[in-house]
Design a protein around this ligand. Structure first.
Ligand code: VG1
Ligand code: CO
Length: 543
């Protein structure tokens, strides 16, 4: 075995986005592409000599190759120990837990999350820091700077490392510990939730369908839901992780988890339906006959969290990303706790969680989580819902109706325009930003604009400032439209338009979302010129 210093030349496109570096597999397969990025990460960190690095991924195509590379590079760069999920598998929240539990220096999570996988689809690499959460912007910016000047990387020429058997090996003096990816995570869940109560609910005939979408949560859900909680075999579907996710997008929304949605709306619907994404950090919640928007789910989970043992002490505060609806704000207000509004991306919650300012966090993009790890956590959200259902002995529909009656309802939808021409998308945003000052007080149809700004976040813990995080248009009466460009896509640009309207009248809690939002949808096009700039008259995905 020998450590080699390999000369390389920089790539200019290794800028981490909302959640790490994501590119098409053929881009990652270019000579030294993954190596350059991993070395740029290592070169941007403080001293880690002898420390522990966690390595895992969501099992997608190219995962195993990069796991091998990452282990060899970690050894060559001086890490003392690598903890690797068996088969190269660790869900994102499980990786976060392994980092925290072992006091690791950090971790590499190989995933492109909800993006499709396969030889011509997406791959990704993300670095997480010692608190278990995604690296803050200060680090991701340093990585990008480094990636543009890198001229060498260090790698061991060790032969292929066995990652398929639990146990310890050694590479260049670095210990490689292959661990079961599920055990620690399942144990953590048992400390948070009333497994006995959920188990007896299943014994009483409660039924659920969990769609793992052929992605990483399959083995986790099988173990926790079927083996430990006693859900009948077959409750977890599509549970075998596949490198191409069976050719589907492992994105738990109403488009890509349509089979589950159709089941939950049918006469054969079980009591509860849920799904998770490629790397296990997102969740979709559907009750019998009712889809719960992620924004509403955050609010309902926050309002009921005290019913689970892990949160019986109450919540310190709630954080949500800016485009997420204000439903959680009303819960925070009632509980008399803080509500924090952050930019899109889980990395912005880390400081608030570390400082003990918040207990629960959420994003409209199907991400919910708490201070148990520093990532959003799909199965955690499913288990908290199950715990609440077991404690309240009511249906999802009843819980939602009671919630809306108490707090009012934030009708909400996100419209995505995918693979839009990048220049056209940038022009749309630039034009919008250019006229923000003129918008307040102007009328759009029957609506009047109350405020218009470009969201800027001042982190209350480390005082860092993040600018240009999305254009917000607020209307008199409380409705809101947000425009921003995605930072996770790999082809062209994705324009996201987030639309929200609040209603509290008892006779206005049961509208169809599309009807409730129709006027705002028209206003969004009028204000931003979506069709004019992009040539699109309909969104590709509505969630
Ligand atoms: C999207 C979501 C964001 C989420 C991010 C990573 O980012 O909007 O809320 O945190 O994906 O999720 P963007 O920049 O495309 O809007 V995951 O589950 O893809 O790691
Ligand atoms: Co994800």
């Amino acid at each position: 075995m020998m450590i080699r210093t390999v000369a390389t030349t920089p790539y200019d496109d290794q800028k981490p986005g909302t959640s790490g570096l994501r590119k098409k597999v053929p881009v990652f397969q270019q000579p030294n592409y993954a190596e350059n990025f991993i070395q740029s990460v290592f070169d941007s960190l403080e001293v880690f000599e002898g420390k522990t690095l966690v390595i895992g991924g969501d099992g997608r195509f190219y995962n195993r190759e990069v796991i091998q590379t990452a282990i060899r590079m970690a050894a060559a760069n001086g890490f003392g120990r690598a903890i690797v999920g068996k088969g190269g598998i660790l869900s994102t929240p499980a990786a976060s837990n392994v980092i925290r539990k072992n006091g690791a220096f950090g971790g590499l999570v190989l995933s492109a999350s909800h993006n499709p996988g396969g030889p011509n689809e997406d791959f990704g690499i993300k670095y997480n820091v010692g608190n278990g959460g995604p690296a803050p912007e200060r680090i991701t910016e340093a990585v990008f700077v480094r990636s543009k000047e890198i001229d060498r990387y260090l790698i061991s020429d060790a032969a292929e490392i066995d990652i398929d058997d639990v146990g310890k090996r050694s590479v260049e003096g670095m210990t490689v510990e292959i661990i079961d990816p599920v055990v620690d995570y399942a144990a953590l869940m048992e400390t948070l939730f009333d497994f006995a109560a959920i188990r007896s609910m299943f014994e009483g005939g409660f039924r659920m369908a969990f769609d793992a979408m052929h992605a990483v949560t399959g083995p986790y859900a099988k173990e926790i839901l079927e083996r430990r909680l006693g859900a009948p075999e077959g409750s977890v579907r599509n549970f075998v992780p596949l490198p191409d996710f069976g050719g589907h997008h492992p994105d738990p929304n109403l488009v890509h988890a349509k089979d589950l949605y159709d089941l939950m709306m049918s006469d054969e619907a079980p009591d509860f339906g849920a799904a998770s994404d490629g790397d296990g950090d997102r969740n979709l919640i559907i009750g019998k006959g009712i889809f719960v928007t992620p924004s509403d789910s955050l609010a309902m989970l926050a309002a009921n969290a005290h019913l689970a043992p892990g949160y019986a002490r109450g919540l310190a505060g709630i954080a949500r990303s800016m485009p997420t609806s204000a439903a959680a704000d009303r819960v925070a207000e009632k509980l008399g706790i803080g509500l924090y509004e952050t930019p899109t991306g889980w990395k912005f919650f880390g400081n608030l969680l570390d400082a003990g300012k918040v207990t629960i966090c959420g994003e409209e993009s199907a991400g919910t989580g708490s201070d148990h790890v520093r990532e959003k956590d799909g199965l955690w959200a499913v288990l908290l819902w199950l715990n609440i259902l077991a404690a309240r002995r009511e249906s999802v529909k009843q819980i939602a109706a009671a919630h809306w009656a108490e707090y009012g309802r934030n009708y909400y939808a996100r419209h995505d325009y995918e693979a839009v021409d990048t220049d056209a998308a940038n022009r749309l945003m630039a034009e919008l930003r250019g006229k923000l000052a003129d918008l307040p007080s102007t009328a759009v149809g029957d609506l009047t604009i109350a405020f218009a700004d470009d969201f800027e976040y001042h982190d209350p813990v480390d005082q860092s400032v993040s600018r240009h995080q999305g254009v917000r248009i607020g209307f008199e009466g409380g409705s809101r439209i947000v425009f921003r460009l995605s930072g996770t896509g790999t082809s062209g640009a994705t324009l996201r338009v987030y639309i929200e309207r609040y209603e509290s009248g008892p006779d206005r809690l049961d509208l169809a979302t599309s009807d409730a939002l129709a006027e705002l949808v028209a206003a969004a096009d009028e204000i931003a010129g979506i069709a004019r700039h992009t040539g699109r008259t309909e969104p590709d995905v509505v969630t």
